[in-house]
Write a protein that binds this ligand. Structure first.
Ligand code: PMV
Length: 329
């Protein structure tokens, strides 16, 4: 099945289009990571993964029909040849007949391409905006499948709170989508340590492929993820930060370890990344329960509870603290 066939199978025809569609989607932070595809065209993962939404951090996108394509990012019209525009246009092409144009205006409250999952919230917001523009009224599960075609992790950005991306096993990917888990944990906080906000040196797509093809350490990764996923879900339900944090931290560091085993090695970390990691470990030695996770970038994210926010903020000047369920309506 091709991405276009997936779209044709899910999207109804002949609905009356509105003037514009607009939507917000939150960024998401994986606690058990997606790293490695079993199908590169449909973005089907090797393993299931699990994430938490990042509250008000995310993307707002407005889309309307236009004579020709125009992409506006954070108020500035982008040149057609930028990688951002090309990727977005290639995605929109899945949904339209030749000759139809779109004006897309998108705003990120996430640093674009800095490993804070802006592509996840970006494609989730775009697919929601398309749904509203065309009046499709698709089920969230179908929207999740469509968002996955843009960026794998986008399929987890359709809901607040915890979401599991079920890897599925069907070759057409129709069973590979996000599932909201519904567990609430109001005291949970995410801290964002911005080590660097510039674009990252390797796109996650290439890094995933190179790791899977070249790193001997990758062989251990799928089983690690399955075990972590099985153990983290009951711990989340029990709001057991120590277990959730240990699993999330170990999962993220193991993912980065698989990348170091590739040749040439893939290292997203900067010296600030290591400093942040050590600062979190120091806090833990002092009795403050704080845990670390990282995606395909140098930035560090912290997991802790509201009761320890002051201790964590004191150790990380400039820390941005997010409430996962605090999502704009
Ligand atoms: O969805 P992508 O292709 O940007 O890949 C995301 C990969 C990680 O952020 C590193 C892990 C994850 O599960 O989000």
């Amino acid at each position: 099945m091709t991405p276009r066939e997936t779209v044709a199978a899910l999207v109804p025809r002949g609905k009356a289009a509105k003037e514009a569609g607009e939507a917000f989607a939150p960024a998401n932070l994986a606690l058990v990571k997606y790293w490695g595809k079993r199908d590169e065209t449909l973005n089907l993962p090797v393993t299931s993964s699990l994430s938490i939404s990042l509250g008000g951090l995310g993307t707002t996108t407005r889309i309307e029909a236009a004579a020709e394509d125009r992409v506006i990012l954070d108020g500035r019209t982008l040149a057609p040849e930028t990688p951002f525009t090309r990727r977005l246009i290639a995605y929109l092409d899945l949904f339209r007949e030749p000759g139809a144009g779109f004006r897309v205006s998108t705003r990120n409250s996430v640093p674009t391409a800095a490993g804070v999952a802006s592509s996840a919230s970006g494609f989730a917001a775009l697919v929601l905006a398309l749904d509203r523009l065309h009046g499709w009224e698709l089920e969230p599960r179908s929207l999740s499948i469509l968002a996955r075609l843009g960026s794998g992790s986008a399929c987890r950005s359709l809901w607040p709170g915890f979401v599991r991306w079920e890897a599925g096993s069907a070759p057409d990917g129709m069973d590979s989508h996000g599932i909201p888990l519904g567990w609430q944990w109001p005291a949970l906080r995410i801290g964002l340590v911005e080590v660097e906000t510039g674009p990252k040196p390797y796109a996650s797509r290439a890094a995933m492929r190179d790791t899977r093809e070249q790193s001997a350490l990758y062989a251990a990764w799928p089983d690690k993820c399955r075990a972590d996923l099985a153990a983290i879900e009951p711990a989340i339900e029990a709001r057991d930060l120590e277990t959730v944090g240990r699993i999330a931290e170990s999962n993220a560091l193991s993912m980065h370890a698989t990348m170091l085993g590739a040749w040439p090695p893939i290292l997203y970390w900067q010296s600030g990344t290591i400093e942040a990691l050590r600062a979190a470990w120091r806090l833990r030695e002092e009795g403050v329960p704080v845990y670390v996770t990282m995606d395909a970038g140098p930035n560090v994210k912290l997991l802790f509870e509201a009761a320890h926010e002051a201790d964590v903020a004191a150790a990380f000047p400039g820390l941005r603290v997010l409430l996962p369920w605090d999502i704009p309506s």
